[in-house]
Design a protein. Structure first.
Ligand code: GLN
Length: 187
C-alpha cells in the first residue's frame, strides 16, 4: 500500500488525507524532516503559499522537500502548485522549482475569488474543479504535460513524478485525481 504524506503546516490538509485514504493510500501528516523521510509521496495542499514558505523555513523543511522531490512524487494543489513552480509572480517569491511552470498568484481577480466549474481532463473526462484564489499557470516548459485547461489556461499538469492542480480536488466528492496520484506513487 502506498504511504503518502500530507504536508500539514497550514491549509486544508485534512481533506486531502481523507481523499487519499478513500483512494486506497495509507496517510500520514508531515511536519518534520523525519516524517517526510518516512513517506513515498507527498501532497502539498492549498492554503497561503507565503505563510507556508515561512513555516517551511522555520521547520528547516525547504531543502529536504526539494531533495525529496528529486526522487519521490509530489502533488501540489493551489498554494502547493505555487510552491512547486519554477517561477512565481504577483509578487515574486521563492519556490521549490520542481515543476517547470511559471505561475501568477491570485490571478483570477477579486470578484471571482472562488468558483466551481466543470473541466474536461485527459484520461478523466469531466471533472469538477473548485478554484479558490487560484494561481494561473502562465508558462509551461517542454517537459510538462497539460492534462486539463480552464479558459485556455492549464489547470492540471504533470511533469515526471509530479502532479499539479490549481484547483482543489479534495473539495469535490470525486477521488479520481487523488487515485491518479496514488498510482504515480505506487509506480
Ligand atoms: N492565494 C493563495 C496563494 O497565493 C493560494 C490559494 C489556495 O491555495 N486556495 O498562496
Amino acid at each position: 500500500m502506498a504511504h503518502i504524506g500530507v504536508l500539514a503546516l497550514q491549509g486544508d490538509y485534512e481533506k486531502h488525507a481523507r481523499s487519499l485514504e478513500r483512494a486506497g493510500a495509507q496517510v500520514s501528516e508531515v511536519r518534520t524532516v523525519a516524517e517526510l523521510n518516512a513517506v513515498d509521496g507527498l501532497v502539498i495542499p492549498g492554503g497561503e503559499s507565503t505563510t507556508m514558505l515561512k513555516l517551511l523555513d522555520r521547520e528547516s523543511l525547504f531543502e529536504p522537500l526539494r531533495e525529496f522531490g528529486a526522487t519521490k512524487p509530489i502533488f501540489g494543489t493551489c498554494a502547493g502548485a505555487i510552491l512547486l513552480a519554477t517561477k512565481v509572480e504577483n509578487p515574486e517569491q521563492v519556490s521549490l522549482g520542481l515543476v517547470d511552470i511559471g505561475v501568477r498568484r491570485n490571478a483570477y481577480g477579486r470578484q471571482l475569488d472562488s468558483r466551481v466549474v466543470s473541466i474536461d481532463a485527459d484520461g478523466f473526462g469531466a471533472l469538477e474543479a473548485v478554484f479558490i484564489r487560484a494561481p494561473i499557470i502562465r508558462t509551461v516548459g517542454p517537459g510538462v504535460t497539460v492534462l486539463a485547461r480552464y479558459n485556455d489556461d492549464p489547470v492540471l499538469v504533470e511533469q515526471g513524478l509530479h502532479l499539479v492542480a490549481t484547483f482543489h480536488p479534495e473539495l469535490s466528492a470525486d477521488d479520481r485525481v487523488h487515485a491518479y496520484f496514488v498510482k504515480k506513487v505506487t509506480g
